[in-house]
Write a protein that binds this ligand. Structure first.
Ligand code: SF4
Length: 449
C-alpha cells in the first residue's frame, strides 16, 4: 500500500514554500499526501518561531501526536523549520516520539533522513549549508523545474536568510545569512511553474527586495518575471522599507500583472524605536515612500506588520504608530505584542519593560483604529468591478467560489461554474470585515487560455 504523509505548516509563506518542496520530494519517494494525520505513516511539523511561545506550541502538538506513535510505533514523526533549527537536539531529548529534527537548510534531504530513520537512527540535521558566496542556487539543480503548484499558485524562494538583524527578529539565527539565486535559475523555475498551471507566482525572501545577483537587483528580476508569457499575476513578500525605491514603485504601477498589493512592514511609528529595532529608516522616510506610491498608483492596497510594547515604548511612541496607521491607510495590519525571541539583541540587552496590560491595551487600540480605516476602504469596493483569481471552493456555501482581487482582498463569488485558476470579472455586491462578496459580470477568462 502506498505510504501517506501529512505535513502541518506553521507561519509564513516561506514555510509554505518549503512545505511545498517537501511534498514534491516525498511524492518522488512514493508517498501520497493526506489531509488526515490518522492515516499517515509520516507526519512532519514545519515550524515557525517568529511569534510568542512557538516552542511551547510545537511541544503541545507533539504531545497530541504521542498517542498515534503509541498506537503505530512505525509512524515517523519529523520536526522541521525554524523551531527545529533553534531547539535542535533539545526536541529529540524532550520528545521521545520524534524521529527526526531538521532545519530550513535541510528539507531537501528528507530521503536521506528517512533512510537513516528506517535504519533505526534518530536524526538531527540542523547544519547550515555553506554561506561563503552571496549568490547560490540553493535549490538543487534537479529540483529547479519541479516546484510545487498548489491550486493555481506557486511560491519561488529567490533569497534565503537575512542580513538585517532587526533586534527583535529571530530569522537571521534560524535561516542564516542572506544568499540570492541566479536570475536564470529563478526564471527557469518560474517558466516551468507557468507551464504546469501556475496563474499566480509569489517571489519570496525574508527581505525580498534586497535580492542581488551580480548586476541583477530585485527590480530587474521582477521586471523579467513579469514578462513571462501566460502569467497573469505576480506577488512578492516581504520587502523591507529601507530597500524600497521609486523604481520599484514605478514598475509596480506600470505592469498590470504585478499585483496591486504591497506588504510593507513599518513596525513602529517612532524614530527612536525604529533605531532601537535597527530598522535603518525613519517614520518620515517610510511615509514619503507611501505617498509617492499612492500618487502614481491610487488603487494600491498596502498591508503591514507592527509591534506594540517594544522595550521602552512610551505612550508618545505608540501614538506615532497610530498616526502612521491614519496616514498610510493600510487595508490590513498584522500587529504583534512584543515578546523576546531567543538570541536576538533585544532579548539579550533590552528589558521587556512594557507591562502586559499596556501591551494588550495598545494592541486593542491599533485593532480598533484599523477596523475603522478598513471599513472605510472596503466600503468603496461595493458596486465596483474587480478581477478575481478563483483559488478555492467556498467551504460553507455550495455553488460559491473564493478568490482574491488584484489588491489581495478575499472575495466570495456566487457562481459555482467557475473553476480554480479562472480570472473572473466580478461586480462587488457587499463587504464585511476584510471580505467581499460579488457576482460575475461576464464569462471568466478560463484557467488554461
Ligand atoms: S528584515 Fe528584519 S524582521 Fe525581516 S526577516 Fe530580516 S531581521 Fe527579521
Amino acid at each position: 500500500m502506498q505510504p501517506k504523509a501529512f505535513i502541518h505548516t506553521f507561519g509564513c509563506q516561506m514555510n509554505e514554500h518549503d512545505s511545498g518542496r517537501m511534498k514534491e520530494v516525498l511524492e518522488a519517494e512514493g508517498y501520497a499526501l493526506t489531509a488526515d494525520k490518522e492515516e499517515a505513516s509520516l507526519i512532519l511539523l514545519n515550524t515557525c518561531s517568529v511569534r510568542e511561545n512557538p516552542e511551547n506550541k510545537v511541544y503541545s502538538h507533539l504531545g497530541q501526536l504521542r498517542h498515534l506513535k503509541k498506537a503505530s510505533p512505525e509512524l515517523v514523526i519529523g520536526v522541521g523549520g525554524c523551531v527545529a533549527q533553534q531547539e535542535g537536539e533539545a526536541i529529540l531529548k524532550r520528545e521521545k516520539a520524534v524521529d527526526m529534527v531538521f532545519g530550513p537548510d535541510n528539507y531537501m534531504r528528507l530521503p536521506e533522513m528517512l533512510e537513516r530513520v528506517r535504519e533505526g537512527e534518530r536524526v538531527l540535521m540542523t547544519k547550515w549549508m555553506p554561506r561563503d558566496k552571496k549568490i547560490q542556487n540553493f535549490i538543487p539543480e534537479e529540483w529547479v523545474e519541479r516546484g510545487h503548484v498548489e491550486g493555481c499558485k506557486a511560491y519561488i524562494a529567490i533569497t534565503k536568510g537575512c542580513d538585517n538583524f532587526c533586534t527583535f527578529c529571530v530569522v537571521p539565527f534560524t535561516r542564516g545569512r542572506e544568499v540570492s539565486r541566479e536570475p536564470d535559475n529563478i526564471l527557469r523555475e518560474a517558466r516551468d511553474l507557468v507551464n504546469r498551471g501556475a496563474r499566480e507566482i509569489w517571489l519570496l525572501g525574508q527581505n525580498v527586495n534586497s535580492y542581488q545577483a551580480g548586476e541583477w537587483d530585485f527590480c530587474a528580476l521582477l521586471d523579467a518575471v513579469s514578462e513571462i508569457d501566460g502569467l497573469p499575476r505576480i506577488r512578492f513578500t516581504s520587502p523591507h522599507p529601507n530597500d524600497w525605491n521609486d523604481r520599484l514603485s514605478d514598475l509596480m504601477a506600470a505592469r498590470p500583472n504585478i499585483c496591486n498589493h504591497l506588504h510593507l512592514p513599518f513596525q513602529a511609528g517612532s524614530d527612536r524605536l525604529l533605531h532601537l529595532m535597527n530598522r535603518r529608516h525613519t517614520v518620515e522616510e517610510f511615509l514619503a515612500k507611501v505617498r509617492y506610491m499612492r500618487s502614481i498608483n491610487p488603487e494600491l492596497e498596502l498591508t503591514t506588520d507592527l509591534i506594540v510594547g517594544f522595550p521602552t515604548e512610551t505612550e508618545e511612541d505608540f501614538e506615532g504608530t497610530l498616526r502612521v496607521l491614519e496616514e498610510a491607510e493600510f487595508s490590513q495590519i498584522f500587529p504583534f505584542k512584543y515578546s523576546p525571541r531567543p538570541k536576538t539583541k533585544a532579548a539579550k540587552h533590552f528589558a521587556d519593560d512594557v507591562p502586559r496590560r499596556v501591551k494588550e491595551d495598545r494592541l486593542a487600540r491599533v485593532i480598533a483604529l484599523q477596523e475603522r480605516i478598513n471599513a472605510e476602504r472596503v466600503a468603496r469596493y461595493v458596486g465596483t468591478v474587480q478581477e478575481v483569481l478563483i483559488d478555492s471552493a467556498n467551504p460553507k456555501q455550495r455553488g460559491a467560489m473564493n478568490g482574491r482581487t488584484d489588491g489581495h482582498r478575499p472575495v466570495t463569488v456566487m457562481d459555482g461554474s467557475l473553476e480554480i485558476g479562472d480570472l473572473a470579472l466580478v461586480r462587488i455586491t457587499s463587504a464585511s470585515g476584510h471580505w467581499l462578496t460579488g457576482e460575475p459580470v461576464e464569462q471568466a477568462i478560463p484557467a488554461m487560455c
